[in-house]
Design a protein around this ligand. Structure first.
Ligand code: ATP
Length: 205
């Protein structure tokens, strides 16, 4: 099986995430895209994310749109509150699925940040990467690390100018976001009162 690990905060999951997942699955003949919301993202410690259970529930709802999409709790919060590192997650996934070919999926902005991640060289060795275009970020600006030949695949066909930050701001202002998130996710957000005001729906893990 050809499988890609797609990590992120997914706070909330939006059209950009789904677009890069389906573009990657189409272009690389992937059987499964594993969406794995991060319990505690070490590079995004400035804000308190929406509880993992809500982010996971929204990912599960969004994954219903494509049979290749699947929600994964592989990156669930650790009991001791420590950060989730992608290098540990991918290593665990590889151990669990020895017969599968496993890729990593990231948007251009995340990949440009790779030198700041834990053990970036090992991350590049452990899996082939699919890096998808994101408006405002150019992979030509990547620096700080030699990229191993043939292990980082660029997919430049996605041009979705949407971010979770912008989405949270719109939701907080009560703006219509139906074009930016799947209907079931929007219903979940509204029914749970997420993103309504500073601090609402948040908890410390
Ligand atoms: P935030 O605005 O809160 O930082 P985000 O929209 O960047 O959130 P994340 O959950 O942090 O969403 O992203 C998870 C992954 O999806 C990352 O690899 C990111 O690069 C990628 N991604 C998110 N939005 C897009 C987009 N519009 N186009 C391409 N890649 C994207």
């Amino acid at each position: 099986m050809r499988l890609v690990l797609f990590g992120g905060t997914f706070d909330p999951i939006h059209r950009g995430h789904l677009a890069i997942a389906s573009a990657a699955a189409d272009a690389f003949g992937l059987d499964t895209v594993l969406f794995a919301p991060a319990g505690r993202q070490p590079l995004k410690l400035e804000g308190t994310p929406t509880p993992f259970s809500d982010r996971m529930a929204m990912v599960e709802l969004a994954c219903r749109s494509d049979v290749r999409f699947s929600a994964s709790a592989l990156d669930a919060p650790h009991e001791d509150g420590s950060a989730n590192y992608t290098v540990d997650t991918i290593a665990a996934l590889i151990r669990e699925r020895p017969g599968d070919q496993i890729f990593m999926l990231a948007g251009a902005d995340s990949f440009l940040d790779l030198p700041r991640w834990r053990e970036p060289e090992r991350l590049l060795r452990l899996a082939e990467w699919i890096v998808v275009s994101r408006p405002g970020f150019s992979l030509d600006e990547f620096k700080g690390l030699p990229l191993p030949a043939g292990r980082v695949h660029r997919l430049e066909s996605v041009h979705e100018d949407v971010s979770a930050t912008e989405l949270r701001e719109k939701l907080e202002r009560g703006e219509d976001c139906s074009a930016l998130v799947p209907g079931a996710v929007l219903e979940y957000v509204l029914s749970r009162g997420l993103y309504r005001g500073a601090g609402s729906g948040s908890e410390v893990h």
